[in-house]
Design a protein around this ligand. Structure first.
Ligand SMILES: Cc1cc2nc3c(=O)[nH]c(=O)nc-3n(C[C@H](O)[C@H](O)[C@H](O)COP(=O)(O)O)c2cc1C
Length: 203
């Protein structure tokens, strides 16, 4: 089987552009039959379940792409099996654009970002929604209105180039705690040295 994402993304128009821009050989390497790319392995499973948000693209019935951020408590995006992921869709601004789009076209494309480690995973799939007003949002803020189950057709790890290093307030706090501890130790040492100097002692 060819690399699954290439089967989906390398349309005739895309292939034409690859030829035009001199990357046909590289594209051929991704399209030959040495690869898979439609079943999540351990690396993908860990990465998916460690996210606290992702970007989800849907397609409207008028053909417009639509991208929206989906967020929740870390781990709200779950791996059900090697070809299925799911998340609780929380009540938001009540526009229902993504879920309305899914009624007409079940295709989704997700981008999952890990900014501190400059990693990025793209997932293509088909989504099914299960409405409910009693689903437990599992610690996430807000009420879950539905479960979105995505049957994976392809995924692809992107190269890290140009991914900015960003930290959430929570991640930055972990780093800051270490720095605060070091700073406190240095301040205590400086105070002690000043005290000894004031007493005329040799430091
Ligand atoms: C009160 C309120 C709460 C929201 N809570 C969330 C949330 O928990 N997670 C999230 O990703 N977006 C949240 N949002 C942002 C968007 O409303 C949410 O992503 C929404 O589902 C957008 O869907 P749509 O663009 O597909 O219509 C919230 C917005 C509002 C106004």
């Amino acid at each position: 089987m060819a690399r699954a994402f290439a089967e989906i993304a390398f349309t005739p128009a895309v292939r034409k552009q690859q030829g035009h821009n001199g990357s046909r050989h590289y594209a051929d390497l991704l399209s030959d039959d040495r690869h898979g790319g439609d079943r999540l392995g351990d690396a993908e499973r860990f990465f998916v379940e460690d996210r606290d948000g992702f970007y989800q693209a849907t397609v409207s019935e008028t053909g417009w792409p639509y991208v929206q951020f989906r967020g929740g408590a870390r781990g709200f995006l779950r791996v059900i099996d090697e070809r299925t992921i799911a998340y609780a869709d929380l009540r938001g601004n009540r526009q229902y654009i993504s879920v309305g789009n899914l009624d007409g076209n079940d295709r989704v494309c997700l981008i999952l970002m890990d900014y501190p480690n400059a990693r990025r995973l793209k997932i293509w799939g088909r989504a099914v929604t299960f409405e409910s007003d009693v689903i437990d949002a599992d610690g996430a803020d807000g009420q879950a209105e539905r479960i979105v189950v995505i049957h994976i057709e392809a995924f692809d790890w992107n190269c890290p180039r140009h991914i900015p290093r960003r930290y959430t307030a929570e991640e930055a706090e972990t780093e800051m705690a270490v720095l605060r501890q070091k700073n406190a130790a240095l301040q205590a040492e400086a105070t002690e040295l000043r005290r000894r100097l004031a007493q005329g002692a040799s430091v």
